[in-house]
Design a protein around this ligand. Structure first.
Ligand code: 2U9
Length: 342
């Protein structure tokens, strides 16, 4: 019996050495140490031995059981470690490799230009006033001196909604009325940047969505001289200290008198070239003295208060500044265009 036990233990050890994974290890345990395992059976056989042989056999079989249990535990630990090592090796990270370059974001050229323009006017004491994109017909037209059926409404092709009287703003001007009503009777000096919407054919020069920046100054005794001084200072800060501007009479329903402002061509300095179409001048904005009706709609008495207003398109300003030929680049989302700025 003892000799058989020695053989059994040897066989169990050899089988354990051949075990390579946890599944095989569980199989081995069942075969030798489980409820019906060979070692368990060998322990049970103790009761069938002649009394004289029992102590020596009993000691030996218990010793075999203990050592095999310890060997099983050691094998289990080795298998678990080996599996962990394999996993670590498979997921190995080479920390000496160079990292992936992070692509820093940048501002959209329209946003950048818009911020540049706002910063120039902020320096002159204008604060940024943000206003809603979805407007009422009354604020977009009526309060700006364009009652229903006024022919000047044709200057703005409008996106209407299914709710009567609710439209997408065609300019940031309705925000000026909100600003006046909020600040009246205090003097007001604001710039209004933001997206406007027009139902128009998209071409190289016009888009259905575009940014606008309008400015407004209202107070006692504001004159057209203030408007001229403000705009020449703006043109020089934005496009260079040597810039000249000129005013051409124009018409807007919300300003009287109204003007369009040209700047001497930044490319040829006024001599005439392809960019200025040989005129020597580039149109940069529209402006005027706030119409008395509009002042009254904002809450100000036109006998006491006066004001000037102006409006420009940051995309158009960016096109002049960077020589961009087509306004459709701005919202075309082509990264090759966008990454050239900032
Ligand atoms: C109020 C009073 C006056 C804003 C003005 C313009 C002239 C103008 C356009 C130029 C090109 C905008 O980007 S553009 O399409 N703007 O020419 N805007 S005066 O006058 C106002 C507005 C609101 C209450």
């Amino acid at each position: 019996m003892l000799a058989q036990l020695v053989e059994l233990e040897k066989a169990a050890r050899a089988a354990l050495d051949a075990v390579a994974d946890e599944q095989a290890l569980a199989g081995w345990y069942g075969a030798y140490l489980g409820r019906k395992g060979k070692i368990t059976e060998a322990v049970k056989a103790l009761g069938e031995l002649p009394r004289a042989e029992r102590p020596a056999y009993g000691q030996r079989v218990n010793e075999a059981k203990r050592t095999l249990e310890a060997a099983h535990e050691a094998r289990r630990a080795a298998i678990v470690h080996a599996a962990q090592d394999d996993a670590l090796l498979a997921d190995r990270v080479d920390v000496t490799l160079p990292g992936r370059p992070a692509h820093p974001g940048r501002l959209h050229p329209a946003t950048r230009t818009q911020r540049e323009i706002c910063a120039i006017f902020a320096d002159m004491g204008f604060q940024v006033y943000r206003s809603r994109h979805v407007e009422s017909d009354e604020f977009n037209f009526g309060l700006l001196n364009m009652p229903p059926h006024h022919p000047a409404r044709d200057m703005w092709s409008t996106f209407y909604t299914t709710t009567p009287g609710v439209i997408l703003r065609t300019h940031t001007s309705p925000g000026q009325v909100h600003a006046m009503r909020e600040y009246c009777p205090e003097p007001v000096r604001v710039v209004l940047p933001g997206m406007c919407y027009r139902y128009e054919q998209i071409t190289a020069r016009s888009e259905i969505m575009f940014n606008q920046i309008e400015g407004l100054a209202v107070g006692p005794g504001i004159t057209m001289t203030d408007l001229k001084g403000t705009l020449v200072d703006f043109a020089r800060r934005m496009f260079g200290a040597e810039r000249k501007i000129r005013f051409r009479a124009s018409y807007f329903p919300f300003t009287e008198p109204s003007a369009e402002v040209d700047m001497d061509c930044i490319l040829c300095g006024g001599r005439g070239c392809r960019v200025c179409k040989e005129t020597g001048w580039l149109e940069i904005l529209g402006c005027g003295m706030v119409h008395p009706v509009v002042l009254r709609n904002g809450g100000y008495d036109p006998a006491v208060y006066s004001g000037f207003a102006f409006g420009m398109g940051p995309e158009r300003i960016a096109m002049l500044k960077y020589g961009i030929q087509d306004i459709r680049y701005f919202w075309g989302n082509d990264v090759r265009f966008l990454e050239q700025f900032g």
